[in-house]
Design a protein around this ligand. Structure first.
Ligand code: KG4
Ligand code: ZN
Length: 357
């Protein structure tokens, strides 16, 4: 598909607590990229409330779509929407909206897997440049609040999962450790900032392995060890005040290093087995500065090009959904807007995606 021109695409994302709308042009250039965050609406409840998420999406979509269309430089020719995985009510709001829009305008409609969206985000730019061409073989790490997996991406954006977390996702562990320390939600960006001031060798933490599954990860033992250490030192809630005690910085630096070690451990062997031309990382945790630096170093050691997404496209957005939609369209995928349902479970496998591991 490299070098091919695609239909101008409206992307819609509503799988969790972020309503996102974007338009990308025939070359995958991001023309508009709008977000309505629901963090404030869910904050009083200490987590995402599914019914509230659906209602917020219902309010936000009619407000975001008209300005997105106005700032596009031409007519929409394709509609791409996240069909799963995610909260079923939240997904249904986005996909009914997308289906109605496509039906009313007689436009083709494609269903996108949220993970396929993250996987293509490193190939997008926010400076008006077209989407980068995708090589034949890309090793891709997705690390977010809900997922941590390695994939092999093939021509045209198809993806096969090679390894995955057996318990928590990487972002979830950052959020949980931050919560015990009394730091604000989401924890990842705060941990990233505070860890820069700590000694990553100060607190010994385990890096558990999964027997007979060298490409899978586990984070729950590491998370529990960090929380036990925080409690043993009497540091619960210690990150909340003005004067954060020194051991908090050290714990966060040590914890961040252990998470990054776990995420990157499969890379050399996966690279040897699959001989990729490129390595990427995507998802919210792809904003982490240590992970970005360590991946660049690993790519340098292995002689493989590393491509990182623009920081603003690491978290959930609709530009990535529009791009994954263009690639799915080019593979011939289409949805009938009258018979189109959400696929909230990760068991759904769209034609371009294999999760056999
Ligand atoms: O991709 P995303 O926006 O939503 C999901 O699909 O889950 O990822 C959100 C996750 C949160 O757990 C957040 O703490 C984490 O990404 N995150 C980070 C950083 N920025 C966001 N984790 C580590 N370092 C960061 N700089
Ligand atoms: Zn996501």
């Amino acid at each position: 598909m490299n070098g091919a021109r695609f239909p101008r695409t409206l992307g819609i994302e509503s799988s969790c607590d972020e309503t996102a709308v974007a338009v990308i042009d025939a070359d995958g250039r991001v023309e508009t990229h709008l977000l309505a965050s629901q963090v404030a609406a869910h904050a009083p409840f200490g987590g995402v409330v599914p019914e509230l998420a659906s209602r917020e999406h219902l309010k936000a979509l009619p407000l975001l779509v008209p300005p997105a269309l106005e700032s596009a430089s031409g007519e929409i020719e394709l509609v791409a929407v996240t069909a799963g995985p995610g909260l079923v009510g939240a997904l249904l709001v986005g996909l009914r909206f997308a289906a109605a829009f496509a039906w009313a305008r007689r436009l083709p409609l494609v269903a996108v897997d949220h993970l396929q969206g993250h996987l293509v985000s490193p190939f997008l730019a926010l400076d008006g440049a077209p989407a980068r061409p995708m090589p034949e073989r890309v090793l891709a790490l997705v690390a977010s609040g809900g997922h941590s997996s390695w994939y092999l991406m093939g021509p045209g954006g198809t993806a096969e999962r090679l390894g995955r977390t057996r318990d928590d996702a990487a972002g979830e562990t950052f959020d949980k450790v931050a919560q015990v320390l009394g730091l604000p939600y989401p924890g990842g960006p705060v941990v990233d900032r505070l860890a820069r001031r700590g000694d990553a060798g100060a607190v010994p933490l385990p890096r558990p392995r999964i027997k007979d599954a060298p490409f899978d990860f586990s984070f729950s033992g590491l998370k529990s060890a960090a929380i036990r250490w925080i409690r043993a030192q009497g540091l619960q809630g210690a990150g909340a005040g003005e004067d954060v005690p020194r051991p908090v910085y050290d714990l966060l630096a040590s914890f961040e290093r252990a998470v990054v070690d776990q995420l990157l451990r499969p890379l050399p062997e996966l690279a040897r087995l699959h001989r990729p031309e490129m390595v990427t990382v995507s998802g919210g945790v792809a904003a982490n500065s240590l992970l970005r630096r360590r991946l660049e170093e690993a790519g340098g050691d292995l002689g493989i090009e590393v491509v990182l997404p623009p920081p603003a496209l690491t978290t959930d957005n609709a530009a990535m959904i529009a791009r994954a939609g263009q690639l799915a369209w080019a593979r011939g995928e289409r949805q009938d807007p009258r018979r189109f349902d959400a696929r909230p479970s990760t068991k759904w496998q769209p034609p371009g995606m294999r999760r056999n591991r």
